[in-house]
Structures are given as structure tokens and as C-alpha cells.
Design a protein around this ligand. Structure first.
Ligand SMILES: Nc1ncnc2c1ncn2[C@@H]1O[C@H](COP(=O)(O)OP(=O)(O)OP(=O)(O)O)[C@@H](O)[C@H]1O
Length: 272
């Protein structure tokens, strides 16, 4: 029997990838942050990047988000080879990044955070004629569309749980037209229940046709929603699998597989 994830993958892989990293490397001086890393992100799919501390996950995000440029290899966006020179350029090309420490203003209402940067007082872009009631209604409706019924959008966003704040940030990116969502450890600081809420929300964004890059160190979270899995360690890729190619047990084993022993050996070699 074909699962929903398999059907989504079969349909989406027919088109050009939204984002593709091919054999990408990045160095900070002598430090190898990434070497020979490849990743593909299709519409309607979640590509997970797994790795422990120092694996190169943040560096990979920064290349896709326009904060850093790669030193070697190729970045393609919708088939076109490119280098992103700023976060603004990444956003303009439909790539929205939601960082773990969300850029929200805790004392501002949820709806104001949702529309931050596009309020009527600033008169920017197509939103200059928006009124407050419209923004309140839209914030509520957009969250509800993805399965979150937030009754009071006037409450300060700081009163929401970490998981709910993540969902508001994701809903905002979707509403403002992102094609690709890059999520930096969205469940890292959350308990099981809140992680479930966020992962369900991420899957809803995927099902709405977005391509998602999910950065995580948790193979269970990745496997619950992911279509592809790239495994990083000390900047190098040590595995790249589609969902059909790997079981959760195998993914967990590969992530845990001798990692402590490897790290100890690495430290020993470095210091002797
Ligand atoms: N600006 C920088 N200058 C020098 N070295 C850096 C810089 N940023 C990252 N590094 C190094 O590059 C490597 C990869 O770091 P990166 O932050 O991308 O890993 P990570 O997987 O995100 O780690 P973590 O989960 O701990 O945040 C590490 O060895 C790190 O020390």
C-alpha cells in the first residue's frame, strides 16, 4: 500500500527542485564547517538535516538564508544556479527562515507580531490599506487553517507557549508567500506535546505545497514527518536517504552509531 508521504514524494519529485545544494563546501578560515554536502528540497516535501553540535547545520541554514555564501559547489533555486547575497534576497526568492530564537516582540499582541513590518502606520507595500480588524481576523483565520484555534489574538505573543510561537512564525511565512520554509530546530526547546503540535503544523505546511528544510538533531521528529534525510557530522555528509530507503530504527542507529566513540577518537587524534 502506498502511504501519503510516498504519494506526495512521487508527485513532487517530478518537478524542478525548489532548492538544491550540490557538493557544497564552506570554510571559516581553516575551519571546515561544511564539505561536499548535497541536499534537495521539492515542493510538498520535508527534507530533514540531522546532526549533533558542530555538524554544520547552522552554516547550511545561513547559505540557504542568504547570510553566508558557499566557497565551493552549487546552490540552485528553482533550477537556476545562484548565490544569495542577503536575507532579503532569499526572502524575495520565496525562502523564509524561522530561527529557534524567534524574532518576536513578546509584549506585542499576536496579530501585531504576525504583521510586523507591514502595519498600516508604516504604509508599506500592498498592506497599507489594511485595518486592525482585518489583521486580527487574518491572524486567527491563518492559524485556524492550519489547525490552531487561538481564541485571543490580542494577547501578547510572549504569553503563548514556545510551540504556539513557532506555529505563528510559520503561519506568517506561509501567509506572506514563502515557497520554502527553513526551520532551525523548531522542536529543540519543546516537550513532547508541544513538539507534536509543531510537527503537525509543519506537515500541514508541507501538505499545502511548500518545500520544507527541517533542521533537527532528533531522528524521531525527523522520521515522523520527513521525506528525505541528510545526516551531517563535523561538516561532512555521512548519509543521504529518501524515506523509502531507511527505517526509523536504521536512521536512529546511524545517528547514534558509535558517535561518542568516533568523537573520542577524533579528539584523541587531534590532541596527540
Ligand atoms: N563564524 C564562524 N567562525 C568560525 N567558525 C565557525 C563559525 N561558525 C561556525 N563555525 C564552526 O563551524 C563548524 C560548524 O558549525 P555550525 O554552527 O554550522 O554547526 P551546528 O551543527 O549548527 O552546531 P550547533 O548545533 O552546535 O549549533 C563548527 O566547528 C563551528 O565551530
Amino acid at each position: 500500500m502506498t502511504t501519503d508521504a510516498e504519494k506526495t514524494e512521487a508527485a513532487s519529485t517530478e518537478g524542478t527542485a525548489l532548492v538544491e545544494l550540490d557538493d557544497v563546501s564552506k570554510y571559516y578560515g581553516n575551519i571546515r564547517a561544511l564539505e561536499g554536502v548535497s541536499l534537495v528540497v521539492h515542493a510538498g516535501e520535508i527534507s530533514c538535516v540531522l546532526g549533533d553540535n558542530g555538524a554544520g547545520k547552522s552554516t547550511l541554514i545561513k547559505i540557504i538564508a542568504g547570510l553566508h555564501q558557499h566557497d565551493a559547489g552549487t546552490l540552485r533555486i528553482e533550477g537556476e544556479e545562484t548565490r544569495l547575497s542577503s536575507p532579503r534576497e532569499a526572502l524575495d526568492r520565496g525562502i523564509a527562515t524561522v530561527y529557534q530564537d524567534l524574532a518576536v516582540v513578546p509584549l506585542m499582541p499576536v496579530w501585531r507580531n504576525f504583521f510586523l513590518g507591514s502595519e498600516p502606520s508604516k504604509g508599506t507595500g500592498p498592506f497599507k490599506r489594511m485595518d486592525v480588524e482585518f489583521m486580527r481576523r487574518t491572524t486567527h483565520a491563518e492559524l485556524l487553517r492550519m489547525g490552531i484555534d487561538l481564541r485571543d489574538v490580542d494577547q501578547p505573543i510572549g504569553t503563548l507557549s514556545g510551540g504556539e510561537r513557532q506555529c505563528v512564525a510559520i503561519a506568517r511565512a506561509v501567509y506572506f508567500g514563502a515557497k520554502v520554509l527553513v526551520l532551525d530546530e523548531p522542536t529543540a526547546a519543546l516537550g513532547v506535546k508541544q513538539s507534536g503540535v509543531v510537527l503537525k503544523y509543519v506537515a500541514a505546511a508541507r501538505d499545502a505545497g511548500l518545500g520544507v528544510v527541517l533542521i533537527t538533531h532528533n531522528p524521531h521528529h525527523a522520521y515522523l514527518v520527513g521525506n528525505r534525510f541528510v545526516l551531517l557530522k563535523r561538516g561532512a555528509m555521512f548519509g543521504s536517504h529518501t524515506r523509502e530507503e531507511i527505517t526509523l530504527d536504521e536512521l536512529t542507529r546511524q545517528m547514534a552509531g558509535g558517535s561518542e566513540l568516533d568523537d573520542l577518537r577524533h579528539e584523541l587524534e587531534r590532541t596527540t
